[in-house]
Design a protein around this ligand. Structure first.
Ligand code: ATP
Ligand code: MG
Length: 332
């Protein structure tokens, strides 16, 4: 059976982009057809300016939301990355496999580094090495498939390169993973700035739909989405990115095709109204279930505890083998 790994960072509240790009497939497809591991990758949340209490709160909320969205602990393994030491253990070995040049080329490092500098903050070394830790997250489980949004393609590519390089140099140890993407909405754009990806850590809340937004808030955000000054509804991601984004969102929510939907609408207003209602209906059950689960934090703790034990049992022998292969003395 194929093995799948993926994760979310507790850097902010989960967004519609996270849901359509990644989480929905984990729930609807991945956990049913493969041995699937999903993680709240909390170590990654420390790579940018952060408040410890907030990260802790967001980690718990992310785990609760993943369960609310439909991850079933009987079908998959859900855990917090920091509860499984193997991620950090393997990351160091992979730092000794990667080069600084290939990390400095990463688009997200450049973008997030620039954002930190613009805010007058220094850039943490871990922001540079973050894709190596992500490679460790993936390779520690001999993962076959990594279901992610389009923005993570370059990072999964690095994990592949490191797996191949390590195997060639030190002997067959890792499975070479591949990224999988959803057919539509692999890159949901910010409603106020449709040239940028909707990202949970971005400041502009107005262009971001959060999974826990009330229905009226969702409607307002979608109705105020930036479109262009044209009048015809057409699917043109370059020429008319705001409209294309709404068509992608509507298609993803309703199971349609964005190009075909473009032909159905005569005005931006009716497209926005239908997109808003589709999002509200999609998120309603998630929000309701979240409220129920949040009332029982003991349950979430228990899921994470069991998940970490299962994850550890898979990762431990793989990381031990990597340690021996690269030349470290076996502990006796
Ligand atoms: P951050 O701004 O902190 O990077 P994020 O919203 O990008 O937050 P991540 O935790 O980095 O969230 O990513 C979790 C998953 O959601 C990844 O698989 C990522 O590819 C996917 N994802 C994130 N944003 C989008 C988006 N706008 N459209 C589609 N998929 C997305
Ligand atoms: Mg991201």
């Amino acid at each position: 059976m194929a093995r799948i790994f993926s994760g979310v960072k507790p850097t902010g509240h989960l967004t519609l982009g996270n849901y359509l790009g990644a989480v929905r497939r984990w729930v609807e497809v991945d956990q049913h057809r493969a041995e699937a591991l999903f993680s709240v990758v909390d170590l990654h949340a420390l790579t940018v300016e952060h408040d410890p209490a907030r990260v802790r709160r967001l980690s718990r909320q992310a785990a609760t939301l993943l369960l609310a969205a439909g991850l079933d602990p009987e079908r998959c393994t859900l855990f917090a990355q920091s509860h499984v030491d193997e991620h950090a253990r393997l990351s160091y070995v992979l730092e000794c496999t990667a080069t600084d040049g290939e990390l400095r080329r990463m688009i997200q490092y450049k973008e997030k580094g620039a954002r930190a500098r613009a805010a007058g903050e220094s850039v943490r070394l871990s922001l540079l090495t973050y894709p190596v830790l992500m490679a460790a997250d993936i390779l520690a489980y001999r993962t076959d498939e990594v279901p992610v949004g389009e923005d993570q393609t370059q990072h999964v590519e690095l994990a592949r390169d490191l797996a191949v390089r390590f195997n060639q140099r030190y002997g067959q140890t890792f499975t070479v993973p591949r990224a999988t993407r959803p057919a539509v909405a692999a890159r949901v754009m910010d409603l106020q700035d449709p040239m940028s990806k909707m990202g949970k850590s971005h400041e502009s809340g107005a262009g971001i739909v959060y999974l826990l937004d009330e229905a009226d808030v969702v409607r307002r955000k979608v109705m105020r989405a930036v479109t262009d000054s044209g009048r015809e509804v057409s699917y043109d991601r370059e020429g008319s990115p705001g409209v294309a984004n709404l068509l992608d969102i509507l298609a993803a929510c309703s199971g349609g095709n964005p190009e075909e939907l473009a032909g159905v609408y005569e005005s931006y207003g009716s497209l926005k109204r239908d997109a808003a209602e589709a999002v509200v209906e999609l998120l309603r059950p998630v929000r309701e279930r979240h409220a129920e689960l949040a009332a029982d934090p003991g349950y979430v703790d228990e899921v994470l505890r069991e998940g970490a034990a299962r994850a550890r049992a898979v990762a431990r022998p793989v990381v031990d083998q990597a340690y021996r292969a690269i030349g470290l003395l076996e502990a006796v």
